[in-house]
Design a protein around this ligand. Structure first.
Ligand SMILES: [Fe+2]
Ligand SMILES: [Fe+2]
Length: 166
């Protein structure tokens, strides 16, 4: 298995896209299937976000100052996804907004992954050496073992979510 950080992140993206396709092609009334897919999507996104924020993003920020704007934009895109993931985790599949919320999450994250893959990961590969990307990848594999699998829900956030989905 490759240790290359970008290969590892792209593998995650592939699996996330597969879950998205499964969700999008499931029937609107397939509540049980959609609930289990939403759980898998929440878990995959929570782990992936944690790994990127703990490794790739700070490393790129420190070593490739030219990519600062890309990293900052990515943090904001992740923030939007985090909010949607937290709300989705508190929404049941029979809720009126469940399907729409998941669709918006899928659209947002797909856009973000496209930008990473096509726009700034190639610049990261050009800017960091093979060895640096492998060291980073090794850190990712290690972190994967202890990564959180669901959004933390401090009571303030929970209250905000309840207000929105009520
Ligand atoms: Fe990302
Ligand atoms: Fe990513």
């Amino acid at each position: 298995m490759s240790n290359d950080a970008i290969v590892l992140l792209k593998n995650d993206h592939k699996e996330i896209r597969r879950l998205f396709r499964e969700f999008s092609s499931s029937g609107a009334e397939a509540h049980a299937a959609q609930a289990s897919l939403a759980t898998k999507i929440i878990e995959a996104l929570t782990v992936h976000t944690y790994i990127e924020k703990e490794t790739m993003y700070p490393e790129v920020r420190a070593l490739l100052p030219d990519l600062e704007d890309d990293v900052l934009e990515s943090y904001e895109e992740h923030h939007v996804a985090d909010v949607l993931v937290a709300e989705l985790a508190a929404t049941t599949p029979d809720a009126e907004r469940f399907h729409a919320k998941t669709t918006v999450l899928i659209e947002n994250v797909t856009h973000h992954m496209d930008e990473e893959e096509n726009d700034w990961f190639p610049k990261v590969r050009a800017g960091l050496g093979r060895k640096q990307l492998q060291d980073l990848g090794a850190k990712m594999i290690e972190l994967q073992k202890t990564a959180p699998t669901g959004p933390a829900q401090p009571s303030a956030l929970k209250k905000a979510i309840d207000a929105v989905i009520a």
